[in-house]
Write a protein that binds this ligand. Structure first.
Ligand SMILES: [Fe+2]
Length: 578
């Protein structure tokens, strides 16, 4: 049975294909059309899904969309009636969503197929159920608490659920305009980060701040009865799309979230590219702290309703790895499964798996073993790409390749590491990564000056052999998708100085041989040379979506000051590299 999952006309448009209950391939459109956070129709992703399993669109049995414009309609109407200024916006969105529901026409146009040949059944699933489904059905568990939170989706910002067997029972929803995601975005915008998806930057800035503004920020969000409530006087009226607009070309744009009251309290908002002041850092600190408090309040409430140790979680806010890393200390949950594509691209697999398990009542399958669900490229394709680029390269057997790359990392060089299938989700997990020594004091500056050009306060992340995690980190709950931040043990901070953040934490990726044999062996080879079972891992890109194809990797290698490229079995060194 073939099920195509879609996230479309929404940020991070994506497609996934599920064959007899197994996710075979999944990809966000931005990786193919190179348009960051693209929010249009994921035509290229659909084609890639079909090609990956050798199917035609006419072979598809079900198409599942992680959005349902009819969900929570009563709440939407109520909101529009008490906010007359937003009624026209509401009607416009409804019309657009109606047009969007014609998935059959959209697919037949995208794939140039007669709609009469399409035989699939169509399913629409509420946004946050799709988020929870994406985690729960990929988890190894038969029962779990389900939690989803983000800016907004189908007029909801937060959902709590009981997951059991094939079913997800919704226990509670927090409706718009009350949204932890929007609170975070509002502060991000105020301190100059106005682009969709900038929240991670502010999370990195937060530990540089002090608790100067905690009292004021705490007042913006009140917790009550296991839920929360925003003081809307700090926000502009955002409308039922909660201030997120997808332009006709697929660009996702955020409306201004903060109101004049924020300016009155905290002064002029910071403009992008101006100096970050202590005020900005203190606001970042305060919003991260309040965000965590409310998050733990919600999780504790959820645990009272679903008193289990296992938590399946997704939604854009579930990318807040700092909060994720603390949940074992602050809630009774003992294990978390956070789907690697916790943001909206993950809706595609959530909708498809929900159709398979809950709608069609098919049995659960093995848990998702790893995040490598994207395209891979043959050795001959890689070789042609290298030849076409006019590069000198050597082909190596596996062991000499690993030894040579580990040697280069140990020598302080910066390596582009391109192997196997591309990762699903926003993190590079050792298949489309730039890797470097985690223990050289200047490595962060080197990477920023030569390749990444990121803000000075953003940390780089460590990949660690899973069996060595407890020696280096204060928590041993695994973090295979780089979605938890833990304290680094005091005695190891020097050895990991390039990945040790200002608050002595690291957003680690734990690596097992089962998940990624060649990456595990690379880290092991580095450990044999240096005694450190960790390498610095940052995404293979330069201010663009993460590279997908060999050509994109080679282009990034050539235009930046990367020293070495290890692509498949081929090794390329810049002439300046020793
Ligand atoms: Fe979402």
């Amino acid at each position: 049975m073939l099920i195509l999952g879609l996230n479309m006309f929404h940020a991070d448009a994506s497609a996934a294909i599920v064959v007899d209950g197994e996710v075979k391939f999944a990809i966000a459109e931005e990786r193919l059309n190179r348009h960051k956070h693209f929010g249009g129709f994921p035509a290229l992703s659909v084609k890639a899904c079909l090609d990956a399993v050798g199917a035609k669109i006419s072979d598809i049995d079900h198409v599942a969309v992680g959005q349902d414009s009819d969900a929570n309609l009563a709440e939407k109407v109520k909101y529009a009636l008490v906010n007359p200024a937003k009624i026209l916006n509401f009607i416009r969105l409804r019309r657009r969503k109606e047009a969007m529901r014609d998935v059959r026409s959209l697919l037949s146009i995208a794939l140039e197929v007669d709609p009469a040949r399409l035989r699939f059944q169509e399913h629409h699933l509420e946004h946050h159920i799709a988020h929870i489904a994406s985690s729960y059905y990929c988890s190894p568990w038969e029962r779990a608490a389900g939690f989803s939170y983000d800016g907004s989706g189908d007029f909801v910002s937060t959902m709590m659920a009981r997951c059991e067997g094939n079913e997800i029972e919704v226990l509670d929803r927090v409706f718009l305009p009350h949204s932890l995601g929007s609170l975070y975005t509002m502060i991000c915008e105020f301190i100059g980060y106005t682009k969709y998806g900038d929240e991670g930057k502010v999370m990195g800035l937060a530990p540089y701040g002090k608790d100067t503004f905690c009292q004021q920020i705490d007042k913006i969000v009140a917790t009550k009865n296991g839920g929360f409530h925003l003081d809307l006087s700090y926000f502009k009226l955002l409308g039922s799309n909660q201030g997120m607009q997808v332009l006709p070309d697929g660009t996702v744009r955020l409306a201004r979230h903060y109101s004049a009251r924020m300016e009155k309290l905290f002064g002029e908002p910071r403009q992008l590219h101006t100096e970050i002041t202590q005020r900005d850092m203190d606001l970042a600190f305060a919003v991260q702290r309040r965000f965590e408090e409310v998050f733990f309040h919600l999780l504790n409430q959820l645990h009272r309703q679903v008193p289990l140790g296992d938590l399946a979680m997704a939604g854009g806010c579930a990318l807040n790895s700092v909060a994720n890393g603390k949940l074992f200390d602050r809630t009774p949950f003992r294990r978390s499964y956070i789907q690697p594509a916790a943001g909206d691209e993950g809706l595609a697999i959530g909708a498809a798996l929900h159709t398979y398990h809950s709608v069609l009542k098919q049995p659960r399958r093995q848990a998702l073993g790893n995040a490598y669900l994207g395209p891979e490229f043959s050795e001959s394709r890689i070789q042609s790409a290298l030849q076409n680029a006019g590069l000198q390269f050597r082909k190596l057997e596996r062991t000499p390749l690993l030894d040579s790359v580990a040697e280069q990392i140990a020598a302080g060089n910066v390596i582009g590491w391109f192997q196997g299938r591309m990762e699903w989700g926003p993190r590079a997990l050792g298949n489309r990564s730039i890797v470097a020594h985690p223990g050289l004091p200047n490595m962060k500056e080197v990477l920023n000056a030569r390749i990444k050009h990121r803000e000075w306060f953003r940390p780089f992340a460590p990949s660690i052999l899973a069996d060595k995690q407890h020696e280096y980190f204060e928590h041993d709950h695994p973090s295979p998708f780089m979605l938890h931040v833990y304290k680094i043990r005091p005695e190891k901070r020097k050895a990991l100085c390039a990945v040790n953040h200002i608050d002595d934490t690291g957003r680690l990726q734990t690596v097992t041989r089962e998940e990624n044999p060649i990456y595990y062996d690379l880290i092991s080879a580095f450990e044999r040379k240096t005694g450190i079972p960790v390498i610095l891992n940052t995404s293979f890109n330069e201010n663009e979506p993460i590279v997908c194809t060999p050509e994109e990797a080679i282009d990034c290698f050539q235009r930046t000051r990367m020293d070495v490229l290890a692509i498949g079995p081929f090794l390329v060194k810049k002439e300046t590299t020793a």
